[in-house]
Design a protein around this ligand. Structure first.
Ligand code: ADP
Ligand code: MG
Length: 381
């Protein structure tokens, strides 16, 4: 990938890049909708990502191109405005440029920029965070800055929230930034506090993307957010993370039936994240898998952010040999399911799942086999 990127940079700009950075995509491992409730979440950086090559220019132009888009997007240094249409992909790097000074970090002036990726976009693997984090690392390097990794993570999230306009939590950028091969990233969203947690060997991930999306997904997400906040208020706390399972049982009568279901999902999911860490420490992959599947069942029954398609995939996957567990990954209401498998789970097993899905729903889902990978890093040019 790196040599292809360098060749492409040369072909477009007639010279070699001076900086190359790469950042991975991520899987939400467990911790569903826990982030905005102040809870904890485990994610995995995967072995696919976005590469960014960059070289400074003498003039005041920033010239962006990508293997996934046609024309070069040229933007003067003093014009940091949101772009639309074919150029809108450049809002991700532009948003990072706009966000860096908010965190006291200088942005570089003119440069040539080329992005290249082996991470499918829009597949629930957070290609947006990957392009933001790779861009952030390339930009601060070009500007001669060395901010803490956490600052890069926050600036990238700020870009997505405020410039692109997607209200994502800290998971995406946090995992892309702090990921490590053969590890998971644990995030305590109240700090936020980031930690890597060893993942026992021999674990594989399969992502099955349905390409379905509930027509009302944004509204439903906001509705779940409101329901959680209302449940917290009714229980006399600011965020549901402050409620223990025992306190919830004692206070449940103060909640509407819907609020009670939402709160139970969050409170139990946060407990499941803890139990997952303990099971990982013990090297008990069967227990970890059971927790993943339990997380999905809770989405299905209590948080009601699953769909018939996602439930079918989880049911089919957990009945397939060599699958430790499976769950919806990401916000839900459509999207993708991830399965944690042993290395014996082969392409043909995945294909059988896809064929069964096709028979029932008439379309074939995308399959992607991934393992863990390292977080955002500069690469030698
Ligand atoms: P996800 O983060 O789940 O992949 P998003 O819709 O949040 O989906 O982000 C996808 C968008 O990110 C793409 O539509 C594109 O604008 C941008 N993007 C991701 N990777 C690249 C890339 N290699 N080149 C250009 N734009 C990219
Ligand atoms: Mg995204």
């Amino acid at each position: 990938m790196k040599s292809a990127l360098t060749a492409k940079f040369r072909a477009i700009h007639g010279r070699a890049p001076e900086i190359i950075a790469r950042a991975p995509g991520r899987i939400e491992f467990i911790g569903n909708h826990t982030d905005y409730n102040g809870g904890t979440v485990l994610g995995a950086a995967i072995d696919r990502g976005v590469w960014v090559a960059l070289a400074p220019r003498d003039d005041q132009q920033r010239r962006f191109s990508s293997d996934q888009r046609g024309a070069i997007v040229s933007v003067a240094v003093d014009r940091l405005e949101r772009l639309s249409g074919d150029e809108s992909w450049a809002n991700y790097p532009l948003g990072v440029l706009a966000a860096l000074p908010v965190f006291g970090v200088r942005a570089p002036a003119g440069f040539d920029y080329v992005a290249m990726s082996d991470l499918p976009a829009g597949a629930g693997l957070s290609s947006s965070a990957a392009i933001e984090m790779a861009s952030a690392l390339a930009f601060v390097t070009a500007a001669g800055e060395q901010p803490a990794r956490e600052t890069l993570v926050k600036a990238a999230r700020h870009a997505e929230n405020h410039f692109v306009g997607v209200p994502c939590g800290i998971l995406d950028q946090g995992v892309s930034g702090f990921g490590r091969k053969n590890h998971l990233v644990f995030i305590d969203c109240r700090g936020p506090h980031f930690e890597t947690v060893p993942l026992p060997g021999g674990v594989h991930f399969w992502i099955v993307n349905t390409h379905t999306k509930h027509a009302l997904v944004d509204g439903l997400y906001a509705e779940r957010h409101r329901e959680c906040m209302a449940a917290a208020r009714a229980l006399g706390v600011q965020l549901l993370v402050e409620v223990s399972p025992a306190a919830l049982a004692a206070g449940e009568r103060k909640l509407s039936p819907v609020q009670a279901k939402r709160a139970r999902h969050i409170v139990e999911e946060i407990a499941r994240v803890d139990r997952t860490r303990a099971a990982l420490r013990a090297g008990d992959l069967a227990a970890v898998g059971a927790l993943l599947t339990a997380s999905h069942r809770s989405s299905q029954m209590l948080f009601e952010n699953s769909t018939e398609e996602l439930d079918f995939l989880v049911d089919t996957l957990v009945a397939t040999p060599h699958v430790h567990g499976a769950r919806l990954t990401g916000g839900g209401f459509g999207g993708a399911v991830m399965a944690m498998t042993s290395g014996d789970f082969a392409e043909h097993h995945a294909n059988e799942v896809a064929v069964a899905y096709g028979r029932k729903f008439g379309t074939r889902p995308d399959l992607l086999h991934a393992q863990t990978g390292d977080g955002a890093a500069l690469l030698p040019v």
